[in-house]
Ligand binder design. Structure first.
Ligand code: IPE
Ligand code: IPE
Ligand code: MG
Length: 230
């Protein structure tokens, strides 16, 4: 199996650079996160326009709790607002929302809002938006291994592991985009990115535009994927 279809079915995005964007403008870091939320909406629209089926956004990692309390609280507030907005606009938007990550450390209010939006959009047939929230790939794999152990499976196959991931029905990402010039995975989708194409850009996430998204699609269309073959 070589080459690939011109449009990636699943794009995973490490939205990075909100803090640096704010710093450049002498604004508080939270202003960068607010601007980042708008970039998410732009990319959702662009993905719908270009026919992408699945978008996974890295919104908050299991390691991001290490940030100052004020920033974590601000991010949680922004998340609440975003979930409220998506719930309110669920009627007219044709995207389904999924949330991936460990739910328990999130506040009961946020857990309730997640449930509300995911239920309100479950029947949508357009784009699937998967929000990685309190997500860590190592935590996801440990959770999968615990499930397998509970099922008495001591020598799992790849399909067994896949079945125990947070979103077993999602195909692996075809393309991973990371903004802000950093070139690392930061504990994101380690299992799922085995054959994913990586695209790095220096653009800071709040500045990421439809044009930048299109540039990533264009670059992807020029890649040859081999999956170990020729
Ligand atoms: C990404 O932007 C958003 C989150 C991790 C929540 P950062 O906040 O990491 O921005 P930089 O890397 O400090 O610029
Ligand atoms: C990765 O970005 C997490 C998210 C985008 C949510 P970080 O800014 O936390 O990653 P590192 O610390 O630079 O690797
Ligand atoms: Mg960062």
């Amino acid at each position: 199996m070589s080459s690939s279809s011109p449009i990636p079915r699943h794009i995973a995005i490490i939205m990075d650079g909100n803090g640096r964007w704010a710093k450049q403008k002498n604004l508080p870091r939270l202003a960068g996160h607010n601007a980042g939320a708008k970039a998410v909406e732009r990319v959702i629209s662009a993905a719908q326009k270009y026919g992408v089926e699945f978008l996974t956004f890295y919104a908050f990692s299991t390691e991001n709790w290490a940030r100052p309390q004020e920033e974590v609280q601000g991010l949680m507030k922004l998340l609440e607002q975003t979930l409220d907005k998506y719930a309110k606009t669920a009627e007219k938007n044709n995207f389904r929302l999924l949330v991936s990550g460990r739910k328990e450390p999130l506040s009961p209010l946020i857990q309730e809002k997640i449930l509300r939006v995911t239920q309100a959009t479950a029947h949508k047939t357009g784009l699937t938006v998967n929000l990685a929230l309190n997500y860590g790939s190592r935590a996801e794999l440990l959770d999968a291994f615990a499930q397998l152990a509970a099922q008495g499976i001591s020598a799992p196959t790849e399909a067994d592991v896949q079945r125990c991931l947070y979103q077993p029905a999602l195909p692996d990402p075809d393309l991973l985009i990371r903004t802000s010039g950093e070139k690392r995975l930061s504990n994101f989708l380690l299992w799922q990115c085995a054959y994913t194409e990586f695209y790095f850009t220096d653009v800071l996430w709040p500045d990421f535009s439809e044009q930048d998204f299109k540039a990533a699609l264009d670059e992807y269309s020029r890649r040859t994927r081999r999956f170990g073959g020729i």
